[in-house]
Design a protein around this ligand. Structure first.
Ligand code: PMV
Length: 339
C-alpha cells in the first residue's frame, strides 16, 4: 500500500479572485494576491492499493470522521480531482494511473468560521495525491494542480504571501511567493443567517448579469499591480487601502447582479465602520470580506491585539481570532501523519 499525508492552510485574499475565463481549467479573469494563514489546517492522507476500502471503480472519502457516499457532492469533487491526477500519471506511464484511492481528510478550522476550507483542502489533497501517485511535482506544478480543485487553492500551496498569475492556459496560471511586510489578520466571524450562494454560482451570475463586470476585471488588474508595488515598498498603509477598496469593489460588482446577490450582512458593515473608527483613532486597520458575511481585518502585528479586542463584540462567539502568515502545503513524515 502506498500512502502520503500532507497539510495545508487556508488563505485570505487581499486582491480577490472573482470570475473565471475558463471554467473547466479554472483560469481566472484576473490575478489575485493572498496571505496563507497559520491556523485552521487541513490534513489529508491518500492511500492507494489493497485494503483501503476504495473499490474497483470508486474512490473512498472520509471527511472529518464521516464516511461519504460516492454520490455525495464532496466525494464527486474529490474523484474528479483524482481523475486529473490519474490522467497525469497515465501520461507519464506510471502504474498508479489505474489506482483508486482512499482519502482521509481532517479540517481543524471550525466550518462555521467561514475560512476557505476548499483552498486548504485542495492544496493538501494535491500535495498528498501527487506524492501517492508518484508524480513528483515542483511547487509551481503543485500550485497549477491545486488550482484545478478550487481556484484559490493554488495560493494555499505557497508560504506566507502569494500572487496568483492569471495566465491564459493551464501552464501559465499558478501562484508563487511574493515578499511582503509582516501583517496580522483578525478574523471576525459574525452572527448572521445570510443565505449562502456558492462562489462558483456567484461568479457565474456576476459574469452573466452584472453590468460592471468589465470594469471589475480591469480594476482588479490595476489593484494587483499596485499591490505588488506596495509589497515591494513594504508600504503597510497602501496595502491596507488597496485591500479594503478592492473588497468593496468585489461586493459592488456582485451586488449589481440580477437578481441581486448580497454576501455582506448588516453586522458585516458594522465591522467595516468599527475598523474606520479604529483608523480615526490612530490604529491602522483595514477590512476585507470573501463571499460571505464574515470580515477579516488586517493590521500591523503590534496592533493586532488592540484590533481584536475592539472587534470581539461583533463576533458570534465574542472573540476575534488573530492569524499570522503561515506555511505553504507540505508533505508530512510518518511520525506527524496521524490523519
Ligand atoms: O476558489 P473559490 O472558488 O473558493 O473562490 C474564492 C473566492 C473568494 O474567496 C471570494 C476570493 C478569493 O480570492 O479567495
Amino acid at each position: 500500500m502506498t500512502q502520503a499525508t500532507a497539510r495545508a492552510y487556508p488563505n485570505i485574499a487581499l486582491v480577490k479572485y472573482w470570475g473565471k475565463a475558463d471554467e473547466a481549467l479554472i483560469i481566472p479573469v484576473a490575478g489575485s494576491m493572498s496571505m496563507t494563514l497559520d491556523d485552521y489546517a487541513t490534513t489529508t492522507t491518500v492511500h492507494l492499493g489493497e485494503g483501503t476500502g476504495a473499490s474497483g471503480d470508486a474512490d473512498a472519502l472520509n471527511l472529518n470522521g464521516t464516511e461519504l457516499e460516492p454520490v455525495d457532492t464532496a466525494a464527486q469533487r474529490v474523484t474528479a480531482f483524482l481523475d486529473i491526477v490519474r490522467g497525469i500519471a497515465a501520461e507519464r506511464g506510471l502504474d498508479t494511473a489505474t489506482e483508486r484511492a482512499r482519502v482521509t481528510t481532517v479540517n481543524e478550522g471550525p466550518t462555521a468560521a467561514g475560512m476557505a476550507s476548499s483552498a486548504s483542502g485542495f492544496a493538501a489533497l494535491a500535495t498528498a495525491a501527487s506524492a501517492a501517485y508518484g508524480l513528483e511535482l515542483n511547487e509551481r506544478d503543485l500550485s497549477r494542480l491545486a488550482r484545478r480543485g478550487s481556484g484559490s487553492a493554488c495560493r494555499s500551496v505557497i508560504s506566507r504571501f502569494a500572487v496568483w498569475h492569471a495566465g491564459d492556459s493551464d501552464e501559465t496560471s499558478y501562484a508563487e511567493e511574493i515578499a511582503a511586510p509582516d501583517l496580522s489578520m483578525i478574523a471576525v466571524t459574525v452572527a448572521s443567517h445570510a443565505k449562502k450562494v456558492s462562489s462558483r454560482a456567484g461568479m457565474r451570475a456576476t459574469a452573466a448579469t452584472s453590468p460592471f463586470y468589465r470594469s471589475w476585471i480591469t480594476s482588479t488588474e490595476e489593484s494587483l499591480n499596485e499591490m505588488v508595488r506596495a509589497c515591494q515598498d513594504a508600504d503597510f498603509t497602501r496595502i491596507g487601502q488597496i485591500t479594503e477598496t478592492h473588497a468593496m469593489r468585489m461586493h459592488a460588482v456582485i451586488n449589481a447582479c440580477e437578481p441581486p446577490i448580497r454576501y455582506l450582512a448588516p453586522v458585516s458593515y458594522q465591522v467595516f465602520d468599527a475598523v474606520a473608527e479604529l483608523r480615526a483613532n490612530g490604529v491602522e486597520a483595514y477590512a476585507t470580506a470573501d463571499a460571505g458575511p464574515n470580515v477579516v481585518v488586517i493590521s500591523r502585528p503590534a496592533d493586532a491585539a488592540t484590533v481584536a479586542e475592539a472587534l470581539a463584540g461583533y463576533a458570534e462567539n465574542g472573540r476575534a481570532t488573530i492569524l499570522n502568515p503561515g506555511p505553504g502545503a507540505q508533505l508530512l513524515g510518518p511520525e506527524e501523519a496521524t490523519a
